[in-house]
Design a protein around this ligand. Structure first.
Ligand SMILES: [Zn+2]
Length: 458
């Protein structure tokens, strides 16, 4: 039954980076992986495939801000299923994506690498052919795998992220449809994604046929503009069209969780993440891709357990989406003989995370060389793009909305963060001059329609 929420009275507000009062009652457990397994009855510690290896599910909700979920403290959210998942496991208090664009960010999620290392620096630019993906690592340990992606930007041609999947389902081309809004205004818009209910149906069909253990990747795109929410969410008093899309996807997550409960016989770990967030007017900007403020970069990361138990907990470590692959590999007891830019976030003892790095995309920009970069630590965010005149520092503890630029006031902190940024940038091969004409006109037209191709101001 759908609950009708109270009439909207407040604009969405970002919570400060503090553990909320209800969570203070919860013992904060920074789990080691070994400790995690001790709490899971049927999981083997062997490196060989075993009937007791867990299933791993990775749900990526495109364009989902963490602070629009109830479990992250948003009182006006209608996200009961995602909140329930968080009640069955671990919630990363603060997770930063490496780049706020769909193709390269998913590449980071599925490789554990920053864009400079996997090679996808913008939408529709695939990873380098020799880069290993998460399903490839897991295949070495006997995992079956399937991916259900809802947007052509994750197609083999645009991303090469089908690598390693036994089954990979994705729209291969963009297409268009006529959309009429509630005021009767019609427009030709991109219809390039598979709606959440269709993704759910495909997963439901695949699940009973799959052998276990499996790795299952599911990608929902509905939170991305343009928003076309249908009833009943259209009729609910939720925070804007974006909030209604979040509610719609939450319902789809609920269907996926139910299907997993019905079909799986093994312990199953469900990671729920996002590739990037969405600016909804903050800093006078709507969208994602070119700005590196918190609405675009801070995403949810929840790990829930089905048919097994995870202790409800919150990790306060600064997490990154490049940590997802190494964390999943540890949970699957699959040791990859490679080094990642990310790390197993659950292994607090060996955590080396001090900084989370991010970059804007600019392959399509005529203003080449103006890529913006940012570095975050537990307390501060530095956003740096000298070619664009951007030099900003924010105190995340006291100014979570990132409104007061402290760049010229906190010299010691700026120096430290700039040094970290310089080290990170030092092995960047650079791609700022990648020509637009590498892309097919059809794909370029689609990206332009989404606002991803920046036109020259000359
Ligand atoms: Zn995206």
């Amino acid at each position: 039954m759908i609950q009708i929420l109270p009439k909207r009275t407040l604009l969405p507000k970002r919570k400060p980076h503090k553990i909320r009062a209800p969570f203070k009652k919860i013992l904060i457990v920074l789990l080691t992986v070994q400790g995690l397994w001790c709490l899971s009855e049927n999981v083997t510690l062997s490196n060989n495939i075993s009937a007791t290896n867990p299933n791993i599910v990775l749900i990526s909700i495109d364009t989902l801000r963490a602070d629009y979920l109830g479990c992250y403290g948003y009182s006006r959210a209608y996200t009961p299923n995602i909140d329930r998942l968080s009640n069955q496991g671990i919630l990363m208090h603060r997770t930063i994506c490496s780049i706020p664009h769909t193709t390269p960010s998913h590449a980071s999620i599925l490789t554990g690498l920053y864009p400079k290392h996997h090679g996808s620096r913008d939408n529709a630019y695939p990873i380098q052919p020799d880069i290993m993906t998460l399903p490839e690592y897991l295949a070495d340990y006997g995992y079956a795998s399937a991916g259900f992606a809802s947007h052509f930007l994750l197609s083999p041609k645009c991303s090469r992220l089908n690598k390693g999947f036994d089954h990979y389902d994705v729209p291969l081309r963009p297409n268009y449809m006529t959309f009429t809004d509630q005021n009767g205004n019609s427009a030709i818009i991109s219809n390039k994604f598979v709606p959440a209910p269709e993704i759910v149906a495909k997963v439901r069909q695949w699940l009973p046929e799959s052998r276990q253990p499996f790795f299952l990747f599911i990608h929902f795109y509905d939170c991305h503009r343009p928003h076309r929410t249908q009833p009943p969410f259209k009729l609910m008093d939720l925070p804007g069209s974006y909030g209604r899309e979040v509610a719609l996807v939450d319902q789809a997550v609920g269907h996926i969780l139910s299907a997993l409960e019905e079909s799986t016989t093994l312990p199953t770990y469900v990671h729920l993440v996002a590739d990037h967030g969405e600016s909804l007017g903050e800093h006078n900007y709507r969208g994602h891709g070119t700005h590196l403020y918190f609405p675009s970069l801070e995403v949810p990361w929840i790990i829930g357990g089905l048919k097994t138990q995870l202790p409800k907990s919150i990790t306060t470590n600064l997490a990154k989406t490049i940590d997802i692959t190494p964390t999943i590999l540890h949970m699957a007891d699959a040791n990859a003989n490679t080094s990642f830019d990310g790390e197993n976030i659950l292994d607090a003892a060996s955590s080396k995370t001090q900084y989370a790095m991010s970059e804007s995309a600019s392959c399509y920009s005529s203003e080449t060389g103006k890529r913006i970069r940012s570095v975050r630590n537990d307390h501060y965010t530095l956003i740096y793009g000298p070619a664009s005149g951007i030099r900003e520092l924010y105190d995340e503890t006291n100014d979570p909305a990132e409104l007061k630029n402290l760049f010229n006031m906190k010299h010691e902190i700026v120096t430290d963060l700039l040094a970290a940024l310089e080290v990170w940038h030092s092995d960047d091969p650079g791609v700022d001059n990648k020509p637009e004409n590498e892309l097919e006109p059809e794909i370029l037209t689609e990206l332009r329609s989404l606002g991803y191709v920046l036109e020259s101001s000359d």
